[in-house]
Design a protein around this ligand. Structure first.
Ligand code: ZN
Ligand code: ZN
Length: 142
């Protein structure tokens, strides 16, 4: 019974996020869903939001006012790529979401997507650079 109730609450939280254009905080969701789910606890909202975020359904945005808000993940990833060994590190969250909102407001654009990839040298490659740079060059010509 408890599980069924949780499933319903989880579904309601997700639907709420699907229907809201702007990122929303756990408190926003709590206040607006409480009338339909009198037994809903704020901690449940938090727990579900965290779960959705770690499974990649939602993304978490740290706003300048110190409030964490959530929005549906747009199914994109950002990477840090090593130009030495091609090692890829996925960024945990999207650093551009706040900028998107700001740009949308400033320019009237309806932002659809963006891409961001950061290139550099990983710690291993930085270590190798001094001694192995020559070897790398030789490998490439083969
Ligand atoms: Zn590297
Ligand atoms: Zn992004």
């Amino acid at each position: 019974m408890a599980e069924l109730k949780n499933t319903k609450q989880r579904g309601a939280i997700l639907r709420f996020l699907e229907n809201s254009l702007d990122p929303v905080s756990a408190e926003d969701i709590f206040v607006l869903l409480k009338p339909s789910f009198p037994q809903l606890a704020l901690s449940t909202v938090y727990r579900n939001l965290e779960r959705f975020t770690s499974s990649g359904v939602l993304q978490k945005i740290n706003f300048e006012d110190g409030v964490i808000r959530y929005t549906l993940a747009k199914g994109h990833d950002h990477y840090l790529i090593c130009t030495g060994c091609s090692k890829k590190i996925k960024l945990d969250d999207c650093p551009l979401s706040p900028l998107e909102l700001q740009l949308a407001k400033a320019t009237g654009f309806e932002i659809e997507r963006h891409s961001l990839t950061i290139y550099g040298k990983c710690p291993d490659c930085q270590k190798k650079r001094g001694t192995r740079a020559v070897v790398k060059k030789v490998e490439r010509t083969q």
